[in-house]
Design a binder for this molecule. Structure first.
Ligand code: NAD
Length: 329
């Protein structure tokens, strides 16, 4: 299939382009590069030895997206493009609602015009709110406490309503847990600007000496060691989950958790990183971060049964590959 990948120069999008190309699909990427670099597209080509059609385009711009669809026969879409920093979304709600919701609506509108009926959407475990673990797809969703999370919940509803009204439309809502790690080549990975919001790039930047201490937000949660527990998933496993979802997509709405089903605390991840890479990472405990929940991990049964997909890589590989990428920067 020829897949239109929005946000394909970003962290998860670039790894998914690699997985798509390796599975024999071709890709047309649109990214406005607001949180990524065009060089990543060359790295995808280098890893796979395949071509990537790239447009520097904003997917909230309907004319730009329409122009791409008019030039390429598109068979399906994976829509990653979006702003993703939880804290920033509280400071800049309008930017987040505008960018993330308009992007979802514009891309689905153009899909409708061109009769493209396969749509895979990047959702997040954040839509579960502070539910009981493990999170299961059938749970009633709880409020997410921040505009970013609301854009995911709202985009899910928009796509669900489109599928209800159009019986040919097929949509996979993929709820990601905590992607970490990098492609094993070390050529692509997560490289945020400034102080990272996510744990792993924070750890690797401290390990590299770019930041002096890891800040651990709270050690008084009701967890194994008081620090937050998350379901970390290797980004290449996550990428392969998209290929599996696309291959199995049938008309209607299909929701899948993409996680490992295992919870790991912040301090456990830090310990694993130090051991996997034989490097010390200084840290300090600071106050809890508003909006963070104590524990989050997936029930990943549905993806295993319906998509025949499971996360194969463990914490060791996640830590090794994240560091391998950072060392190359
Ligand atoms: N990384 C995570 O922990 C995580 C977890 C759950 C869900 N997600 C979602 O997965 C998707 C990809 O996340 P990521 O971690 O790869 O983030 P990322 O910032 O690395 O990638 C997003 C890409 O989208 C691009 N983009 C943003 N707005 C755009 C627009 N209007 N037009 C064109 N391009 C635009 C950015 O330049 C960037 O390259 C996002 O929708 C994110 O919300 C991420």
């Amino acid at each position: 299939m020829n897949i239109f990948v929005t946000g394909g120069a970003g962290y998860i999008g670039s790894h998914t382009c690699v997985a798509l190309l390796e599975a024999g699909h071709s890709v047309v990427v649109a990214d406005n590069l607001c949180n990524s670099k065009e060089e990543t597209i060359d790295r995808i080509k280098e890893i796979t030895g395949k071509d990537v059609v790239f447009y520097k385009a904003d997917v909230t711009d309907e004319a730009a997206v329409d122009d791409i669809f008019s030039k390429h026969k598109i068979d399906g879409v994976i829509h990653f493009a979006g702003l993703k920093a939880v804290g920033e979304s509280v400071e800049k709600p309008l930017e987040y609602y505008y960018n993330n919701l308009v992007a979802t609506m514009v891309v689905s509108k153009v899909c409708k015009k061109y009769g493209v009926n396969k749509f895979v959407f990047s959702s997040s475990a954040t839509v579960y709110g502070d539910n009981e673990v493990p999170f299961v797809e059938t749970m009633k969703l709880l409020p997410t406490t921040n505009p970013y999370g609301e854009t995911k919940a709202m985009s899910e509803r928009i796509l669900t309503d489109i599928a209800k009204a159009n019986k040919d439309f097929s949509v996979a809502l993929l709820r990601y847990f905590n992607p970490v790690g990098a492609h094993e080549s070390g050529l692509i990975g997560e490289d945020p600007n400034g102080i990272p919001n996510n744990l792993m790039p924070f750890i690797t930047k401290v390990a590299k000496g770019k930041l002096n201490k890891l800040r651990v937000f709270g050690n008084d949660y009701p967890t194994v060691d008081g620090t937050g527990v998350r379901d970390f998933i290797h980004v290449m496993d996550l990428a392969e989950g998209h290929v599996a979802a696309l291959d199995k997509l049938t008309a209607g709405v299909h929701i899948y958790n993409l996680g490992t089903g295992q919870g790991t605390s912040v301090l456990q991840l830090l310990d694993a990183f130090e051991r996997a890479n034989n490097i010390k990472v200084p840290y300090e405990i600071v106050d809890r971060r508003p909006g963070d929940i104590a524990t989050c991990y997936a029930d990943a049964t549905k993806a295993r049964i319906e998509l025949n997909w499971v996360a194969k890589r463990g914490i060791f590989e996640m830590c090794r590959d994240a560091w391998n990428f950072e060392k190359n920067q």
